[in-house]
Write a protein that binds this ligand. Structure first.
Ligand code: ATP
Length: 373
């Protein structure tokens, strides 16, 4: 962070990436600029960074040294999407620099808010589906991803990836989750944390549950429960409105978060933040969607909601109320945009394109500023 004429300025590393990434990042930066103009109290310096599958295809490198330097030195990272199915490494795996970033910057908590937006069709017919509003936190540095890309194949007969659970990594993600449940409780949510595991079968998962129960003793104001991952998949489809904050091992969280996104409109509505103690990266939960790249059908909502999470995170970290207000304003503007079914994106049969959604969000921001709640 730097200061110009007493206004703090935040450096943001911007990684558009592949597919629809470069289509949803510019509208997001435009809206962030508008917010900084409309709400005095912060500025942004955006640092454009290259990287991704296209870059790997052209140069043999996923993220160049300048990009690594930028993500380590800036105040936050905005990430579009990376990966293209036809661009693969010699071992057949896809280009996934986002996972390298999570590991290298210790972005241990993958935070996915799952919330029904009025006007956006939900997949369940029960009226309580309109009340869905929970946060799924995925541990992102170990578990089933501990051997990420370094698993072994023996004589083409056996392949091995290890699942690793450590006390230190589990404690930090549990403490983060308990603190989030506590903050949400102050905002009127239930104050409940659900731990997802497979403690009945796997030693690593029994250890995960044991550490969860140990940490729970430090947060007696938060109600807790532990649920096996298979039962959780069922519950999320049957009654997702009963959850407040959920914490899960890496792979289980990965799978459940896509399932959760499908409950509230699909991947175009699923924001995420990858949070560590020193760094944070904000990106839509979806991939690069190469099937719709270039068609103008990319829904920028998940990107915008991720930017709203970034504003809130930066504001809380730097004690800057204007940023926190901007985060909340952007979130409310997105909700206004879809109210009453005014805007319909391609995922649910509509024709509204990236630029229409963006223009409507900008318009909603102006209206909300003119008529404060
Ligand atoms: P990854 O493995 O990187 O998560 P993926 O190949 O599983 O990616 P996505 O790229 O997220 O999947 O795309 C899944 C489906 O959702 C595709 O049909 C895609 O067009 C659609 N989709 C994803 N993001 C959006 C978006 N922002 N707007 C509209 N459709 C989207």
């Amino acid at each position: 962070m730097t200061e110009t004429a007493n206004t703090p300025s935040y450096n943001i590393a911007v990684l558009p990436g592949d597919g629809i990434g470069p289509e949803i990042i510019p509208p997001c930066l435009n809206i962030l600029e508008q917010l900084s103009v409309q709400l005095d109290g912060f500025r942004f310096e955006f640092q454009d960074c290259v990287g991704g599958a296209g870059h790997y295809r052209d140069t043999g490198e996923e993220l160049p040294a300048e990009t690594w330097a930028a993500v380590k030195s800036t105040d936050a990272i905005l990430f579009g999407a990376m990966g293209l199915p036809e661009v693969r490494k010699p071992d057949g795996t896809e280009i996934n620099p986002q996972i390298d970033l999570r590991m290298a910057l210790e972005l241990f908590a993958g935070v996915r808010r799952v919330r029904s937006i009025p006007g956006v069709p939900v997949s369940l017919s029960d009226p309580r589906a309109q009340e869905i509003d929970f946060v799924l936190i995925r541990e992102q540095t170990e578990g089933m991803f501990a051997d990420f890309t370094k698993g072994v194949r023996e004589d083409n007969e056996r392949a091995i990836d290890r699942c690793v659970i450590t006390r230190a990594a589990s404690e930090r993600v549990f403490d983060f989750s308990f603190n989030l449940a506590r903050t949400r409780k102050e905002q009127g949510f239930a104050g409940k944390l659900t731990c997802v595991d497979k403690a009945n079968v796997l030693n690593t998962m029994a250890f995960f549950r044991e550490i969860f129960n140990d940490r729970a003793t430090q947060f007696s104001d938060i109600e807790t429960e532990s649920v096996y991952v298979d039962a959780m998949a069922l519950n999320l489809v049957r009654a997702p409105w009963q959850y407040d904050v959920i914490v899960a091992e890496n792979l289980m969280g990965d799978i459940l978060s896509d399932l959760a996104a499908s409950l509230v409109g699909g991947m175009g509505f699923a924001p995420s933040g990858d949070i560590g103690h020193d760094h944070a990266m904000f990106q839509p939960a979806h991939g690069s969607a190469p099937d719709i790249a270039g068609s103008g059908k990319a829904n920028p909502t998940a990107m915008l909601l991720s930017a709203s999470m970034m504003l809130d995170w930066l504001g809380t970290r730097h004690n800057n109320d204007a940023l926190v207000q901007a985060g909340s304003l952007l979130e409310r503007a997105v909700i206004e945009t879809f109210k009453g079914g005014k805007i319909k994106t391609a995922e649910f049969g509509g024709t509204d394109r990236t630029e229409t959604v963006t223009a409507t969000v900008l318009n909603s921001i102006e209206q909300l500023i003119q008529t404060p709640a």
